[in-house]
Design a protein around this ligand. Structure first.
Ligand SMILES: Nc1ncnc2c1ncn2[C@@H]1O[C@H](COP(=O)(O)OP(=O)(O)OP(=O)(O)O)[C@@H](O)[C@H]1O
Length: 310
């Protein structure tokens, strides 16, 4: 393995007040967040949320209208050896169709000033050794994603940035990627991986940064953020005495709404509390059902309204 050359603190991704205006469209809007080393951070938002634009600004491919994005206090162009510091896969990897995976990586090694023996190491890292001498045109989408990661890892970077790497992967492929990213993070690397699917991030990420319409919606450890989102869990309850139960539950601090089918939807109380409140008020129950918040649904609600503001 080749030693990385990180500057002090430059393993942390720092995005501060980042803004990108395209004509009338504010693709990224005063976005601020940090990404820590040693963890896999999911960059989550619906299509068009500004994720790719943010990643491109981070890599110096797009100039911000305002704010900054970089590694510690340094922008990408200010890094001593950018290819050894940051590896990135911005879209489904492309390579010369007639070239083998191994040859493709050797070309990248030479361009990066890295010994060509590194090609075999990164092929091994992504499990492509058996396909090393097959031509790229015969690679499946999953194999192309693996080759993209192998290419990004050529310089043994301290920071790895992946744009929608799980796109088109089957569940087994996603689990494989999760294990690889967790291993790379455990080595102390900073891993930022974008996705528009909450389910992927639930599986892969330790931390999550949620964006919509170019703005930060939530940031934090994935369990905390999802736990807060699930705070909207509801209890469905049916009773022949809805007025009495509503009064008792409201007095107990819960929120109650009547559903079209006559049942009541209760927020701010778990099924045990609803049952106890009914019992104490002498109210008969015919149905009591705790409904876990559908996180994907909550995520859509959280981000959908924002998209309309654009
Ligand atoms: N070069 C550009 N010129 C004009 N508009 C752009 C340009 N690049 C991106 N946009 C617009 O900026 C918005 C954010 O796009 P971006 O690709 O960053 O979103 P995203 O979150 O990565 O979504 P996706 O997953 O669909 O790529 C979109 O409305 C997009 O059409």
């Amino acid at each position: 393995m080749i030693a990385g050359h990180p500057g002090t603190g430059s393993e942390e991704i720092v995005v501060a007040g980042l803004t990108k205006q395209y004509g009338k469209l504010r693709a990224v809007d005063d976005l601020s967040f940090t990404v820590r080393p040693g963890r896999v951070t999911g960059f989550l938002g619906p299509n068009g949320a500004g994720k790719t634009t943010t990643l491109r600004m981070l890599l110096g491919l797009v100039t911000p209208t305002a704010g900054r994005a970089g590694f510690g206090s340094r922008r990408y162009v200010e890094l001593d050896q950018p290819l050894r510091h940051v590896g990135a896969v911005l879209e489904a990897s492309s390579a010369h169709r007639g070239r083998t995976g191994a040859n493709h990586l050797r070309v990248i090694c030479r361009a990066a000033g890295v010994p060509v023996s590194r090609a075999a190491e990164v092929l091994d890292l992504v499990g492509l050794t058996p396909a090393a001498n097959r031509k790229f045109k015969g690679y499946s989408l999953g194999m192309r994603q693996r080759l993209g990661i192998a290419a990004a890892m050529v310089g043994d970077p301290r920071v790895l940035i992946l744009d929608e790497p799980a796109n088109g992967l089957d569940p087994e492929g996603i689990r494989w990627m999760r294990d690889l990213l967790k291993m790379l993070a455990a080595e102390g690397r900073t891993i930022l991986v974008s996705s528009h699917l909450l389910s992927e991030m639930q599986l892969m990420a330790d931390d999550v940064v949620i964006v919509a319409a170019g703005r930060l919606i939530r940031q934090g450890p994935v369990d905390d953020v999802l736990g807060a989102m699930a705070g909207g869990a509801q209890v469905r309850v049916r009773t022949p005495q809805p007025a009495e139960l509503t009064t008792a539950l409201t007095a107990a601090g819960a929120g109650v709404t009547e559903l079209p089918d006559g049942a009541l939807s209760v927020t701010g109380a778990d099924p045990a509390k609803v049952g106890h409140t009914a019992f104490a008020a002498g109210v008969e129950l015919h149905e009591l059902l705790g409904e876990r918040a559908d996180l994907e649904q909550v995520f859509l609600q959280l981000t959908a309204g924002k998209a309309e503001i654009r």
